[in-house]
Design a protein around this ligand. Structure first.
Ligand code: 5RP
Length: 236
């Protein structure tokens, strides 16, 4: 395996490992999406393989999580056949001091919100670059929209004070299409004053499926840092 030297990737790896170590045997785990959670999935798989963990099943939040879980040997289940989730592990694009989040950098926030909000314990894993004083300072707010409603929703988001743009694919012509077959509008808000209110207001626009504000759902944030040149993890 190639050695990781990029400090951000090292922080993600360390925090992913720390999250995987919090998973217990006989549990149902929400499997988040993104490059940080990918490390958590890798280490959950390793612990299962070593026999350190037994009887763990995962609920994937995206096509990506499903593919990685299969690759790492994590058995999967669906919300149709379980009545609870013990712990969900997921990344974030921004985390404020109240542990509210912006998510959806991977366009998976709709399924992520369903799974993360159902979990008895929602554990967020981020590198230190994701911590902000006010949500919206560094990251655009993702909004998943049914394709026919893109233009009316963009106009409504502008009226709310945002600057919306349709997310375009990379190495794919045209817009990003979500796992549900919808589109994503990324909205610049100059620091979000009231995340709880904005979350509800946007979700109330006809044609919006879900936005990336996660308010009041996080139980614990694990933050990956580099201290004295070495990756470490602190709780927040
Ligand atoms: C996907 C997400 C991710 O969790 C978020 O974008 C963080 O990703 P990464 O760990 O790659 O920085 O919300 O929709």
């Amino acid at each position: 395996m190639t050695e990781i030297t990029d400090p951000v990737v090292l922080m993600k790896q360390e925090v992913g490992k720390a999250a995987a170590n919090r998973v217990q045997s006989n549990s149902i785990v929400g499997l988040g999406t993104g490059s940080t959670t990918a490390f958590a999935l890798q280490y959950i798989g390793e612990r299962l393989q070593k026999g350190e963990l037994t009887n763990v099943v995962g609920v994937p939040t995206s096509f990506q999580a499903e593919v990685l879980a299969r690759q790492y040997g994590i058995p999967l289940t669906t919300l149709d056949v379980i009545d609870h989730i013990d712990i969900a592990i997921d990344g974030a694009d921004e985390v404020d001091p109240q542990k509210n989040l912006i998510k959806g950098g991977g366009a998976a926030h709709t399924r992520e919100k369903i799974v993360d909000a159902l979990a008895d314990f929602f554990l967020v894993v981020v590198d230190s670059g994701k911590l902000v004083e006010k949500l919206g300072s560094t990251f655009l707010l993702p909004v998943e929209v049914i394709p026919m409603a893109v233009h009316p929703v963009m106009r409504a988001l502008t009226k709310l004070g945002g600057t919306p743009e349709l997310r375009m694919g990379i190495r794919k012509a045209g817009p990003v299409v979500t796992d549900q077959g919808n589109l994503v509008i990324d909205v610049k808000f100059e620091a979000i004053a009231n995340p709880a209110e904005l979350e509800k207001t946007i979700n109330n626009l006809p044609g919006v499926l879900e936005n990336g504000l996660f308010v009041g759902v996080t139980d614990l944030v694990l933050v990956g840092e580099i201290i004295d040149g070495k990756p470490s993890v602190r709780e927040f």
